[in-house]
Design a protein around this ligand. Structure first.
Ligand code: SF4
Ligand code: MG
Length: 317
């Protein structure tokens, strides 16, 4: 969040409290055992503790899906909304209260299907908030329906002979939107990379989109099991302006230098599906942000009343 936002309405981060992990929530989450959502929640809490985010100045907005239970497990403000609508709600909150730290948490069905229109426009509007898309490649909460990111041929309840279409690529889709400013990919099974990606996204001034590959042992276990235990199936995108985790290269040995200011290369890397690429594909901190450039009326209440009376007088008989 930008410094100017911190001081909006005089709400500076001036209190002397310090926060521990438990201050951000100590409820036992009701996701299945082994679900990747647990790891994402742990990383989010760690980020909040590290950055000393003030719980009552932080908001988590979600749509519908397993991952959308997120706001229930955090001691921040939260809004568990309706399917696909996390982003417009989060945008509205950020525009009316720019002093708040706003996160949107969505699933793959939530973001890439019913919420897809909102996703594109939130990307273009580039309002300063962090969007997490937890991608388990299935509709999990509603029990195993094909989602836009389900791989072609994967059997589900709605397409029992296998998903018909090639899966949508959320990274290349995001990278194709005008004014896109931050796109990264990480995975729940690489916890330090997950944490550092969340940190980079949160610090980015603009709309940060993070796709988190997320294990769902209930419905898509075969899709992620091998990846999660095979570091060589991954390739880390490394650059000083990206995500760098000291020591991770000892386990994840495949690394690729990628300057995240290079949009054309980011697009090309996102399309090449040979390995799972983790890191920041693209970032540009200088792009216009709707919350920054929009023109708000600056009238006082008295001026508003005078202007209203003037308008009414025009139609007076
Ligand atoms: Fe997690 Fe899948 Fe269970 Fe949902 S159904 S809680 S995504 S393991
Ligand atoms: Mg899903």
């Amino acid at each position: 969040m930008s410094e100017s936002n911190r001081s909006f309405f005089g709400c500076g981060f001036d209190d002397e409290r310090t926060f521990d992990l438990d201050d951000y929530g100590d409820v036992v989450a009701r996701w299945c055992g082994g679900c990747g959502d647990h790891g994402v929640l742990a990383a989010v809490k760690r980020l909040m503790r590290d950055e000393q985010m003030v719980p009552e100045r932080t908001v988590f907005v979600s749509g519908i899906g397993c991952s959308s239970r997120f706001p229930h497990y955090l001691n921040t403000y939260g809004f568990h909304g309706i399917h696909g609508r996390a982003l417009p709600v989060a945008t509205g909150i950020k525009l009316s209260r720019p002093d708040l730290d706003v996160f949107a948490v969505m699933g793959d069905g939530d973001c890439c299907s019913i919420g897809a229109g909102h996703w594109l426009h939130a990307t273009r509007y580039n309002v300063d908030m962090t969007a997490l898309m937890l991608d388990n490649a299935i509709y999990g909460l509603t029990k195993n329906q094909t989602s836009p990111t389900t791989p072609q041929g994967y059997k589900t309840n709605t397409q029992p002979r296998g998903s018909f279409l090639p899966a949508l690529n959320p990274i290349s889709t995001s990278l194709g939107v005008t004014n896109v400013s931050f796109v990264a990919q990480t995975a729940d099974w690489v916890p330090m990379h997950l944490l550092e990606t969340l940190r980079a996204a949160h610090r980015h001034p603009g709309f940060s989109f993070v796709r988190i590959l997320q294990r769902c042992p209930k419905f898509t276990a075969p899709l992620f099991a091998e990846q999660a235990r095979t570091p060589d199936m991954h390739e880390l995108l490394v650059h000083p302006a990206g995500v760098n985790v000291p020591g991770l290269e000892k386990i994840y040995k495949r690394r690729l230098e990628h300057d995240p200011s290079d949009l054309a290369r980011a697009r090309s890397l996102s399309e090449d599906g040979e390995r799972i690429r983790l890191g920041v594909f693209y970032r540009d901190d200088s792009l216009p942000r709707y919350d920054d450039i929009r023109h708000l009326p600056t009238f006082t209440a008295r001026e508003n009343i005078d202007r209203l009376n003037l308008e009414l007088d025009r139609y007076a008989v």
